[in-house]
Design a protein around this ligand. Structure first.
Ligand SMILES: Nc1ncnc2c1ncn2[C@@H]1O[C@H](COP(=O)(O)OP(=O)(O)OP(=O)(O)O)[C@@H](O)[C@H]1O
Ligand SMILES: [Mg+2]
Length: 276
């Protein structure tokens, strides 16, 4: 209840606005951590595989004294360790507390970093991942928030393909519109036309929580839209029942900064796409 008038009332309104904005930040952070929880099983599994590789090759190196075998063992241990480090770095970057900081960011790099975290989860759910980065658009974004959007879209897509399917992610620049575009297309169940207008509503969900009590809050897409619109971007959806769904994110392009780091290779060349 807002009582009083003039400056007192203004102060109360200001205080309430501050509280609302703090609660929004907390909700966003809670949703971010809950969606990464969906990857817990696959990431644990992957770490287990990495440790098995490290242990077995260390044993092999100890058993065989010849240089060639030992070099091979070191190589395998090194690449397993590098893979593990990529995953932990990615997790830390994703989980970083929300600040409002925005930096010119290579959108393709941002997507590639997210794919490192979801690859195994998709594989375990028999989803074939196809990623293509024909351009390397830059946009001024909060990387961790855009990754939250991507993770929500990818988990929704995987959940829509309960019997497996295809997931295609494309990053391109639309220079006429001055926008960088990220599209996420699945071959899942699709969304009936009468439900499409409601999917971005907070708490709208057609799912129930899984055994771990995860998912089905219906907050995923509403936060996606909030994040993208706060970046002056747009989120669009096209869907056909029984065929699949495509979400497209558009973010205003910024010039490529002079200090831009070397891009990660196009994932079309990476082994990821060859894995089934
Ligand atoms: N790729 C998709 N294919 C089919 N339906 C989808 C897809 N993405 C979203 N939906 C529909 O939109 C609804 C809302 O999605 P949203 O991510 O907001 O919530 P949720 O996934 O149900 O719950 P939460 O994200 O909290 O786990 C979903 O319940 C589902 O019906
Ligand atoms: Mg969701």
């Amino acid at each position: 209840m807002i009582a009083g008038d003039g400056p007192v009332r203004d102060q109360q309104v200001e205080q309430l606005e501050r509280q609302i904005s703090e609660l929004k930040q907390q909700l966003m952070q809670a949703q971010k951590l809950s969606s990464v929880g969906a990857l817990a099983a696959s990431i644990t599994h992957e770490f287990n595989n990495i440790l098995t590789t490290v242990i077995n090759y260390a044993k092999m190196g100890l058993r065989h004294k010849d240089v060639k075998t030992r070099e091979k063992a070191f190589d395998k241990i090194l690449s397993a360790g590098q893979r593990a480090s990529k995953i932990t770095t990615g997790m830390l970057a994703y989980s970083r507390n929300n600040s409002d900081r925005r930096d010119p960011t290579d959108l393709a790099n941002l997507v590639a970093d997210m794919l490192v975290l979801v690859e195994k989860d998709l594989q375990m759910h028999r989803v074939r991942l196809q990623a293509d980065f024909p351009d390397r658009p830059f946009a001024s974004v909060n990387g961790s928030q855009i990754q939250q959007v991507l993770l929500n879209l990818i988990i929704n897509a995987r959940q829509a393909m309960s019997a497996g399917g295809n997931l295609a992610i494309v990053v391109r620049a639309n220079h006429e519109a001055g926008m960088g575009e990220i599209s996420v297309r699945d071959s899942g169940c699709g969304i009936p036309a009468e439900k499409l207008p409601r999917i971005f509503d907070p708490f709208y969900s057609t799912k129930s929580a899984d055994e771990q009590g995860q998912g089905g809050t219906g907050l995923g897409l509403s936060l996606c839209r909030e994040i993208i619109e706060s970046h002056h971007g747009r989120i669009r959806v096209e869907s056909a029942v029984g065929k699949g769904t495509m979400f497209t994110l558009r973010l205003p392009l910024v010039p490529v900064p002079a200090f831009a780091p070397t891009p990660t290779p196009n994932p079309a060349d990476a082994p990821m796409n060859r894995a089934g």
